[in-house]
Design a protein around this ligand. Structure first.
Ligand code: OOG
Ligand code: NI
Length: 467
């Protein structure tokens, strides 16, 4: 029996997301500046585009926009990943998708923990891109062992966080007091620590192997490395950043500017140079510096079907193989032009995207469809129902991430020199073993949402006819 004193997982996630945002604003002041720029741009966009406002209102997603953000962490061991999975489950967040970043020269593989049910996404869509270090990709065996033993000695979770996860698993949730305590305790895992756990020499060797390895192995915990608000107009934010003293990366990752946004566009500002402390053998602290934390903004568009995604990947690859954008802004203009040219082949009109089966849509009954038209429902032909004005549709928002974009975000923060080659080795099976469970297939999930909306419409039409 459901204990009614337990509060919804969605509420715990919303509280956690707000607490993370407050913490990050204090730790990284430029993030606060970015939030106010995004709020301004979103407000102006909605004023300028009443049809966008209507659409967001109709799909019940206007309220979530200003709440919306994702974050990212990098974990060191499978045990950490398993515990993180259990923690996120308490907040109604589940692993969706597998991302292999070894192809892009980053020795991690990743998933995104996020809410999946429609109602949960509307309540609060907070997600965390979670990467697990792949020490197996490092060539230096001795260093690998040193990193492994440094990671084995740390516990990134507080004892109270561990206890509350067990309580939540036993009871099927947390009451209000425990939920508040849980949020406070879990926040500790994401906090920045200035004092490194390794000495300066090991840090340097880890850093030389790959900057990301030093970031994962050297500290007490997997500090949140960015928090990303969602904007309705990423080009306006990109232009507005320098005016506020924030330097964005040179090009926006993902598809070009379009009338009908697809998937995800992202841009970021450079990681901060932060002072850190190393403990020497004699117990005295010496100072050093580390770059890890940055800011990012995203604009979300329609979730694509496998066919749409294949077209996207093909066009992106065509643009990138003709011009490759450098991390320092080389070729930025030429790259944007190549991207626009390549994506001319991707229909930029909702009906074409729908007809060609490139994107996922949520169908609903049009207001005031005539009785005669409803007869057309008998054969359940969706295209005819749309033509007859009986069904309308809205794009289903892409809630996930893109590996090439993620690699671009990693790289712009690590510096171009980090673009090393690791053996390309996607290994979803291994990741799922490390996670202790399977990841949800994002395509299947979007397809189910679309099918459910169609079923509901057809059921409603058949009751109308029967009445
Ligand atoms: C994660 C980078 C990926 C995104 O939005 O694609 C990411 C990281 O730097 O740890 O957050
Ligand atoms: Ni991100």
């Amino acid at each position: 029996m459901q204990d009614n004193r337990l509060i919804p997982a969605d509420d715990i996630r919303a509280a956690f997301s707000a607490a993370m945002s407050a913490m990050y604003r204090e730790e990284v002041p430029a993030y606060g500046e970015l939030l106010s720029l995004v709020a301004e741009v979103n407000h102006a966009t909605l004023e300028r585009d009443p049809s966008m406002r209507d659409r967001l209102e109709r799909t019940d997603s206007l309220d979530r926009i200003s709440e919306e953000r994702h974050g990212a962490i990098r974990l060191g061991t499978a045990d950490e990943l398993v515990m993180m999975r259990r923690i996120f489950a308490v907040m109604g967040m589940h692993a969706v998708g597998y991302y292999d970043l070894s192809v892009a020269g980053v020795p991690v593989h990743s998933t995104a923990f996020r809410p999946v049910a429609d109602a949960s996404l509307r309540r609060n869509p907070f997600r965390v891109f979670t990467s697990l270090l792949r020490l197996d990709l490092l060539a230096d065996e001795q260093l690998r062992e040193e990193a492994r033993s440094a990671l084995a000695e740390r516990d990134i979770f507080t004892p109270e966080a561990r206890r509350l996860v067990e309580v939540a698993e036993l009871q099927g949730g947390l009451d209000e007091n425990d939920a508040a305590r849980f949020v406070r305790e879990v926040l500790e895992t994401f906090r920045w620590h200035e004092k490194a756990r390794v000495d300066a020499d090991l840090y340097r060797r880890l850093h030389d192997a790959h900057r990301l390895v030093a970031d994962v192995v050297s500290f007490r915990g997997p500090h949140i490395n960015h928090l990303t608000p969602r904007t309705l107009d990423i080009d306006a934010v990109q232009i507005g950043m320098p005016e506020r003293g924030i330097r964005p990366k040179a090009v926006v990752e993902g598809p070009p500017t379009r009338k009908c946004p697809i998937l995800l566009r992202q841009t970021s500002f450079k990681a901060l140079e932060e002072s850190i402390l190393f403990c020497g053998a004699d117990g005295t602290w010496t100072s050093g510096s580390h770059t890890a934390r940055f800011g990012e903004i995203e604009q979300r568009g329609i979730a694509l079907t496998p066919k749409g995604r294949a077209l996207y990947d093909q066009l992106l690859e065509a643009a990138r193989s003709s011009v490759s954008p450098g991390a320092q802004g080389e070729n930025a203009g030429a790259y944007v032009a190549a991207l626009e040219q390549a994506f001319a082949a991707f229909p930029d009109d909702w009906e074409a995207i729908r007809r060609q089966g490139l994107g996922y849509f949520r169908y609903s009954l049009a207001a005031g469809a005539g009785e005669a038209a409803k007869q057309a429902a008998e054969n359940g032909d969706i295209d005819r129902l749309v033509e007859a004005g009986i069904l309308t549709y809205d794009a289903i928002v892409y809630e996930d991430f893109l590996p090439v974009s993620a690699a671009g975000i990693f790289r712009s923060n690590l510096g171009d020199e980090e673009a090393q080659n690791f053996v390309e080795s996607p290994n979803q099976k291994l990741f799922e073993q490390q996670l202790g469970g399977a990841v949800i297939d994002a395509f299947e999930h979007y397809a189910l949402l679309e099918q459910a909306s169609i079923r509901e419409c057809l059921a409603a039409l058949s009751t109308t006819r029967a009445a």
